[in-house]
Design a protein around this ligand. Structure first.
Ligand SMILES: O=C(O)c1cccc(C(=O)CC[C@H]2O[C@@H](n3cnc4c(=O)[nH]cnc43)[C@H](O)[C@@H]2O)c1
Length: 272
């Protein structure tokens, strides 16, 4: 299976990459230069190639970075020649082809991965959440009668249904399996928490990138998943209570468990 994992910041990409080193033992580690200066970290093993991209914080950066990586892969597949190719390391920015199999295939799965806020009833600090819905929680319009989603306004969608592999991923890593909200503003008050829980009673976590990654993946018809390690509770702002190190460690351990999923079969469309 060929997988693209998109994180927001390099520390998250470090955790994912460290987990993948255990999940795919013997896999070759390379880097891949993308047009525009971004770099993928690639692990290629017998049964899986997994690329890790740190795309920036927030849904717009996540969508832009994901789209760049997916477009580069599609461009390679089309054989247009001047697209992204592997760099073996010291290449001084030059694009070099590292060998057959490095490019040429589109992705089977895109994973939005990182830390996130947990809704306390569903996901305590250090817990993992795998999305069964990826929901743009603040994409819409405020009205005197309350919030209207873009679906209700009739000009877009505010949720993506993740790949059926998500249930397997959740089981493999011992994660809660519930909706993950994408927000552009981190929730920091009880009132906002209450509003989100009223509108999304099953929500397990919130973060800032999943919906952007999902929009880019959908534009390329690639299934998506989202995995979050809980660094803080969704609720009134309390910086002293954040546990970012513990969450990064939980993220690393999660990716350690994902070898069998990434090396397994690609589910047929519509399969559960
Ligand atoms: O300043 C604050 O109060 C604050 C609280 C939590 C997180 C932040 C960040 O700037 C981190 C954003 C970054 O991490 C993900 N993340 C982590 N926790 C949350 C959260 O509770 N709500 C939304 N996003 C969160 C997010 O995906 C970003 O990549 C600041």
């Amino acid at each position: 299976m060929r997988v693209l994992v998109v994180t927001a910041v390099p520390a998250e990409a470090d955790s994912v990459s460290a987990g993948l080193a255990v999940a795919l033992p013997g896999a070759a580690a390379t880097t891949v230069a993308l047009p525009g200066g971004r770099t993928l970290r690639r692990r290629t093993g017998a049964g899986a190639t997994v690329d890790v991209l740190s795309a920036g914080v927030g849904p717009a950066a996540a969508a832009a970075g994901t789209a760049a990586a997916l477009t580069a892969a599609a461009y390679e597949t089309a054989g247009a020649g001047a697209g992204a190719h592997e760099t073996a390391g010291a290449g001084a920015g030059a694009y070099e082809t590292a060998g057959a199999g490095a490019g040429g295939a589109v992705y089977d799965l895109v994973v939005s991965a990182g830390i996130g806020g947990g809704f306390p009833h569903a996901a305590p600090l250090g817990a993992l959440v795998v999305a069964d819905a990826i929901v743009a929680a603040d994409l819409g319009a405020g009205t005197s009668d309350g919030f209207l989603t873009v679906d209700e306004l009739g000009f877009g969608r505010s949720a993506h249904t993740p790949s059926p592999l998500s249930a397997r991923i959740a089981k493999a890593v011992g994660a809660a399996h519930g909706p993950v909200l994408t927000v552009s503003t981190v929730t920091g008050t009880a009132a906002r928490t209450d509003e989100l829980m009223r509108r999304h009673p099953r929500a397990a976590a919130e973060a800032m990138e999943g919906f952007g990654v999902a929009e880019a993946a959908a534009a390329h018809s690639v299934p998506v998943a989202e995995i979050r390690a809980v660094s803080n509770a969704v609720g009134p702002r309390d910086r002293a209570a954040w546990r970012i190190g513990d969450a990064l460690e939980a993220l690393r351990r999660a990716f350690e468990q994902l070898g069998p999923v990434f090396e397994g079969p690609v589910p047929k469309e519509g399969a559960r």
